[in-house]
Write a protein that binds this ligand. Structure first.
Ligand code: ATP
Ligand code: MG
Length: 235
């Protein structure tokens, strides 16, 4: 049974038709990746699922419940967290305060437990808990953004370009952490321009091109697909 089901959504920014009938699903326990070039509509798709944008038509269901018209904070409360493109952490606040901001849907009494859990996942954040977030390195800021998303104890974590702008070693570390989160039980919807690495850790993938899904398959099959190789994997 699918955890998240997106059916034929159409999304506009004013008169700009960004998502032209996209359907996909994510099953419990999976890593599913959405790959595609700049402007294909990857971020718009995630923003629509997390309730930040309204589709003109179509259906989105999470654990059998329709998300249409549900407010973003309520969607977080249902168990879905969105770690947006560009990290969007609170630059002026400390690491710890940023993490607390991620726990707004949680009972006060459980926040300390969640912080301890996130410190286990990201020991670097524990070492740096007093540091002002904006002074951390790009990779550390990405860990903070992911740690903050994990504070809501999501069943499904949506990650938008977590490897963007990071040096190769850090990219590997971020991908390893994504796999760890998944092994520990979090279902993952991963948007990436680094298609090769995303497909290497994913169960399944969808290829988005100018607002439409043009291919979907097991990740291992997409890695071998000639069209996908030419367009997205550098030949
Ligand atoms: N706020 C906005 N106003 C108008 N058009 C927008 C807005 N945000 C995105 N778009 C347009 O919607 C389309 C999809 O954009 P989106 O950000 O979803 O692409 P993307 O696949 O995430 O690209 P990237 O890889 O560059 O992040 C693009 O044509 C983009 O120009
Ligand atoms: Mg994007």
């Amino acid at each position: 049974m699918s955890m998240l089901k997106v059916e034929d959504i159409h999304v506009y920014y004013g008169s700009i038709y960004a998502i032209k009938g996209v359907s996909f699903e994510v099953n419990q326990g999976e890593i599913v990746t959405l790959i595609g070039a700049n402007g294909a509509g990857k971020s718009t798709t995630l923003k629509t699922v997390s309730g930040m944008m309204k589709p003109k038509s179509g259906a989105i269901t999470f654990e059998e419940k329709s998300l249409l018209g549900v407010k973003p904070h309520s969607i977080v409360g249902l168990g879905m967290a969105h770690c947006p493109e560009g990290r969007r952490i609170f630059q002026e606040m400390t690491v710890r305060d940023n993490l607390e901001m991620g726990a707004y849907t949680r009972p006060k009494g459980e926040i300390e437990d969640s912080i301890a859990h996130v410190y286990d996942l990201f020991p670097r954040l524990k070492e740096r808990f007093r540091q002002i977030a904006g002074t951390m390195s790009g990779g550390e800021q990405q860990m903070l953004a992911m740690g903050r998303a994990m504070m809501s104890k999501p069943k499904l974590l949506m990650l938008d370009e977590p490897s963007m702008g990071l040096a190769p070693l850090l990219v590997e570390e971020i991908f390893r952490i994504i796999q760890d989160l998944n092994r520990a039980g979090t279902t993952i919807l991963l948007v990436e321009q680094n298609a090769r690495m995303a497909l290497a850790i994913a169960n399944r993938g969808y290829v988005l091109e100018t607002g439409r899904i043009i291919a979907s398959a097991e990740a291992s099959a997409l890695l071998k697909d000639e069209t996908v190789k030419k367009a997205y994997l550098g030949g």
